[in-house]
Design a protein around this ligand. Structure first.
Ligand SMILES: NC(=O)c1ccc[n+]([C@@H]2O[C@H](COP(=O)([O-])OP(=O)(O)OC[C@H]3O[C@@H](n4cnc5c(N)ncnc54)[C@H](O)[C@@H]3O)[C@@H](O)[C@H]2O)c1
Length: 278
């Protein structure tokens, strides 16, 4: 029932966006044109503010504070989605860049947290639903040692970050390595999960952005000057924009992508291809 004076759209299906930083907010804004949106972030004030912004723009947006590394918080998120009638789209965008944490923190957010969200929400996926998990170009052109690869096959193991650090040795267990490894592991997880999501008539895909102009991207340029070399190799000779990532998320979430599951979409201006030719 429509409530006079509000933008509420109870007739629309739900899109859940986890991580409403630069890219997450661009995706949420786009998804809010056709869905009710539930915005989740470890920074509850940021999620509230983002939902308020979308409501002012005419969207039907709600917010929830959720630290994806905390299983009780992920359960709360899943219960909230259940109470809202399940979901049609999950855009999992939350992540830490290499300059934002140590090896374990990055693994816990980028891989274990993402897996906890996808596993926790899968039972709430309606027929035709799509989960889009944001990986990274960093997970491409990368292959971990076999012993590490074997450990990645159980990304729901709560002790995985410690086990990986031990297997690699503390000198190799750097934030940079964690970033590539976590995103590589996330792509492998999406491939393995296609069957489980398919049983529900739903899809799961990863999306790998290249260098995108977001506050996180800018911070990495500042902290890791070597990134300029990568930038120079990008065939399109520029960073991507958040709108270009929102375009890809919108497509993957839509029925036009109805036969796309268990795979990764690179949105990198051709950089992975250029690096492959090295
Ligand atoms: N910006 C780039 O160039 C680039 C390139 C490739 C991949 N990516 C990936 O894209 C995603 C989004 O990047 P962005 O540039 O928008 O980053 P951002 O820092 O602007 O946004 C990330 C959001 O995730 C949230 N978050 C962090 N830890 C969390 C936790 N434990 N629980 C819940 N939320 C948490 C943060 O509060 C923030 O709002 C990340 O996964 C990143 O790894 C970014």
């Amino acid at each position: 029932m429509h409530k006079i004076g509000t933008s509420e759209r109870p007739d629309w299906q739900l899109a859940v966006v986890v991580g409403v930083g630069g890219m997450g907010m661009a995706a949420a804004r786009r998804l809010s044109q056709r869905h009710r949106v539930l915005l989740a972030d470890v920074d509850g004030a940021r999620a509230d503010q983002a939902a308020e912004t979308l409501r002012i723009e005419g969207g039907d947006a709600m917010a929830i504070a959720c630290d994806i590394t905390d299983s009780a918080a992920v359960q709360k998120l899943s219960a909230a989605v259940d109470a809202l009638g399940g979901f049609r789209v999950l855009a999992h965008v939350a992540g830490l860049s290499p300059s934002m944490g140590d090896f374990r923190a990055i693994m816990r957010v980028n891989l274990l947290g993402a897996v906890a969200v996808a596993d926790g929400l899968r039972p709430r996926a309606g027929t035709g639903a799509a989960a889009i998990l944001i990986s990274s170009l960093a997970g491409h052109n990368f292959r971990p040692p076999e012993s590490v690869e074997a450990l990645l096959r159980d990304p729901a193991d709560r002790d995985l970050a410690d086990k990986l650090a031990t297997a690699l040795g503390e000198t190799q267990a750097t934030p940079q390595f964690a970033y590539a490894l976590s995103k590589y592991g996330l792509m492998a997880y999406c491939r393995r999960q296609a069957g489980a999501w398919g049983e529900r008539g739903a899809r799961i895909v990863s999306l790998s952005p290249g260098m995108i102009a977001t506050p996180m991207g800018a911070r990495e340029f500042e902290k890791i000057p070597a990134k300029m070399k990568l930038y120079a190799r990008t065939p399109l000779k520029r960073e991507g924009t958040m709108l270009e990532i929102a375009d890809a998320i919108e497509f993957l979430a839509s029925d036009r992508a109805s036969f796309i599951s268990g795979t990764d979409l690179l949105v990198d201006g051709g950089l992975a291809a250029a690096l492959m030719n090295d």
